[in-house]
Write a protein that binds this ligand. Structure first.
Ligand code: 5AD
Length: 356
């Protein structure tokens, strides 16, 4: 494809209500040099629709118990090597307190699908956090009933994050024994209907994934109009069935970030932890230059870091080091870290002002 043709396709994808899979596939197949124009365009769309500021979230990994057996994830229930932990309410409040002290105004509580905690316990914890710190609360605790989602929404959680991982039905089925794509989509609709700000996303580099399946992921994102999209490379974990599969290709990750930005314009796109785990600080910087506008910082107590191993992770740095490094990256890029709640842009627009 010549540069003119590439630009034409980028424009068509940007302007269409639902981009053609064929166009998306062509862009995903661009070679290294040609993909620069895609990245430049995505960076402009990012600036125009979500601005220059980098939003920041604090994450707490609440429990590594999981009832599922996802083929890629180190927390899968078949991993008998892994000691399991569940934070106490006091420990979680301590983490949230540290988030609050840094000035960050949103906490993401993430967990395996832990059958050992009572949904009402989580609801009361949400109320406590809201009452004491008034942070925005994002839940990332997997699939459950609409009643539970409602309970937590009424308790005060305002966002829910649940990646679709892949929209390819067969691939989804083979990676998630006992689960179904249909149920996952049902959960995502529930989040939306209950009034959560919704988040989803996918992994790049799953075995059997093709540019066509990634194109269908992007179409799904567009149709569902998510407020947030987490996109990162697959990273092999030795204690899983996919332990010998190579990690996802970073160039493809950058293209998917760029396309997600172009297709879903106003969505919040994090430079994911998987990105920095696989390729370091430079990769976080690059992600922020091809469409991303959010970074998450880990506030789980250090002694649990090695146990929340969805993929092998780097030796942990403290949240203060991570934070100061992010400030440096922002400065290098001529951007700023924004410590507000960072609501979905749709909501901000609706109210006519940023709801902090
Ligand atoms: N590599 C990369 N990402 C992974 N996740 C789980 N396992 C892996 C892995 N091996 C991601 C999934 C999940 C999120 C919590 O972590 O996308 O939604």
């Amino acid at each position: 494809m010549n540069p003119k043709e590439t630009q034409l396709i980028i424009n068509r994808v940007y302007n269409s209500a639902l981009p053609e899979p064929g166009d998306l596939v062509k862009l995903l197949n661009l070679d290294y040099a040609a993909s620069r124009s895609l990245f430049v365009f995505a960076d402009q769309v990012r600036e125009r629709f979500v601005g220059d500021e980098i939003l920041i979230r604090g994450i707490v990994e609440v429990s590594n118990y999981c009832r599922n057996n996802c083929a890629y994830c180190g927390l899968n229930r078949g991993n008998l090597q892994l000691p399991r932990y569940r934070l106490s309410e006091a420990e979680i409040m301590e983490c949230v307190g540290r988030i609050y002290e840094t000035g960050i105004k949103t906490v993401v509580m993430q967990s395996g699908e832990d059958e050992g905690f009572d949904p009402r316990w989580l609801a009361s914890l949400i109320k406590r956090i809201k009452h004491k710190y008034n942070l925005a609360i994002t839940l990332s605790v997997g699939e459950t009933s609409r009643e539970n989602y409602r309970l937590w929404k009424f308790a005060g959680a305002e966002r829910f994050l649940m990646k679709i991982e892949t929209t390819d039905r067969d691939l989804y089925q083979s990676l998630h024994p006992g689960m179904s794509l249909q149920n996952r989509v049902r959960c995502l609709h529930n989040h939306d209907e209950l009034g959560y700000q919704t988040g989803s996303g996918c992994m790049i580099g799953l075995p059997g994934q093709t540019p066509m399946t990634l194109a269908s992921d992007l179409q799904f994102f567009k149709k569902m109009d998510f407020d947030m999209l987490g996109i990162g490379p697959f990273i092999p974990h030795p204690e899983t069935p996919l332990g010998n599969i190579p990690a996802g290709n970073m160039e493809t990750v950058y293209k998917m970030l760029a396309l997600a930005r172009i297709v879903s314009r106003r969505t919040h796109l994090p430079a994911t932890t998987a990105v920095s785990t696989l390729s370091g600080r430079e990769a976080t910087r690059t992600a922020l230059q091809v469409g991303a506008n959010v970074v998450m910082i880990n506030f789980t107590p250090e002694k649990y870091h090695h146990l929340y191993e969805i993929y092998p992770r780097r030796k942990g740095v403290s949240e203060w080091e991570e934070l100061s490094d992010l400030e440096n990256i922002a400065m290098e890029l001529g951007r700023k870290v924004n410590y507000s709640k960072g609501d979905a842009i749709k909501n901000v627009k609706e109210y006519g002002f940023a709801v902090n």
